[in-house]
Design a protein around this ligand. Structure first.
Ligand code: COA
Length: 374
């Protein structure tokens, strides 16, 4: 039996976390349409929903907020690592290595998987902001008590109290990116978790998968594409040239959606509110031209905007530098990864698929050719 390439359409796990309806363009977290959560309830409430199966009461939300807030500080060994490495290593590698160090430090403690998930999620923005500020020759900042998860991230990046509209937009982004079924990185996290490795190691594995441009690495390329196109009137020629060369248009296409990604619609609305009008108009023109050209090139399948297209604009507008776009995606997705790790461990069986062997079976070692093994 031959598996479909890229495991398309293959069910490898059951989950109560997220449902994606690729035909209707709908994304649901534990029964709630994501478009009804984003920007309506805070990201911490969505984290509670994914980790603890229900939206929190006021008291539960306050408790989780406190738990996240009290775990934001980095151990000195991670700060020292960032001081040494931030100027020479790229941000996702810094994030991975910092999480590995955290995992090593936590190995001696006996935190539950859920508590470890909360601690890891709480520290990711601190790792990103500390590394970024060291690299850009600014003094790293202490997390600020009293600010929510997303507001504190913006504060630690910029050193300023963030504007409420920027916090609202980034909070909605975090909710929209919190989980997405078995995307490559979440699948990797579940495979790693199935070996009963620790939560930190499973998240490090997930980040390795997220790095690639076909997954979480896309928004920086969307950003570079918009910079390179520069003006709406250049869009058609630029896109035509790149498609003729066989390039993919970043921020378009999805394995599961056969219509516009529902997250993209919300992000476009947010972008319209906070992005400078010239840049927003450029993106809208590029979107329309790319959709039309891709339709001509691929009449057999719908290749529409995915979550990454307008993410890049929203992240830029709220003050996240392009080098942190994918890292910020990782920070938002930490809740989804860890919720899947928790779910995998609740009913675990080791993942161990097979490959169809297509090589030869009849070769013999030719004695004289390898007689140097002495
Ligand atoms: N630009 C141009 N062509 C695209 C395309 C894009 N963004 N997305 C898919 N295609 C084309 C492929 O070239 C391929 O054409 P072919 O059959 O002539 O070779 C066809 O559509 C199918 O591509 P495939 O890679 O099998 O589809 P998939 O379901 O695996 O695609 C992605 C999913 C995300 C990998 C793909 O759409 C892509 O590479 N998008 C750009 C990267 C991106 O935005 N990633 C973020 C995802 S959230």
């Amino acid at each position: 039996m031959q598996a479909p390439r890229g495991l398309e359409g293959v069910i490898v796990a059951s989950t109560e976390l997220t449902k994606i309806d690729g035909q209707a363009g709908r994304l649901v977290y534990r029964g709630y349409d994501v478009t009804e959560l984003a920007g309506v309830v805070p990201y911490e409430a969505v984290a509670h929903l994914l980790w603890f199966r229900q939206l929190p009461t006021k008291e539960q939300l306050a408790r989780l907020g406190n738990q996240l807030s009290s775990n934001r500080q980095l151990p000195i060994v991670v700060t020292e690592f960032l001081e040494q490495a931030a100027r020479v290593a790229e941000p996702l590698s810094l994030l991975q290595t910092s999480i590995s160090i955290l995992g090593g430090l936590e190995a001696t403690k006996s935190a539950s998987t859920t508590d470890a998930s909360i601690a890891l999620t709480a520290r990711m923005p601190t790792i990103l902001a500390t590394g970024y500020r060291i690299r850009s020759n600014q003094k790293p900042l202490e997390p600020k008590a009293g600010l929510g998860h997303v507001a504190n991230y913006l504060y630690m990046l910029t050193g300023r109290e963030p504007k409420p509209e920027n916090v609202r937009a980034l909070d909605a982004y975090f909710t929209l990116l919190a989980d997405h079924g078995l995307g490559a990185s979440t699948f990797v996290a579940r495979v790693a978790a199935s070996t009963l490795t620790d939560v930190y190691s499973a998240v490090v594995a997930a980040i390795s998968a997220l790095k690639g441009p076909l997954h979480g690495g896309a928004p920086i390329f969307v950003w570079e594409m918009l910079q390179s196109i520069g003006k709406p009137e250049n869009a058609r020629d630029w896109l035509t040239d790149h498609l003729a060369k066989g390039d993919r248009i970043m921020g378009f296409g999805h394995r599961v959606y056969r219509t516009e990604d529902p997250r993209s619609k919300v992000l476009k609305r947010l972008a319209k509110e906070i992005v400078e009008p010239g840049l927003f108009d450029l993106a809208v023109t590029v979107e329309a031209e790319a959709r039309e050209l891709l339709k001509k090139q691929h009449p057999e399948r719908t290749i529409d905007t995915n979550v990454e297209f307008y993410s890049s604009l929203v992240l830029h507008a709220v003050g996240v530098p392009p080098e942190l776009f994918t890292c910020t995606f990782a920070s938002a997705r930490s809740v989804g990864w860890t919720a899947h790790i928790i779910e995998q461990r609740q009913d675990n069986r080791l993942f161990r698929p097979e490959a169809e062997y297509k090589g030869r079976l009849d070769l013999k070692v030719q004695e004289p050719t390898i007689n140097t093994l002495t």
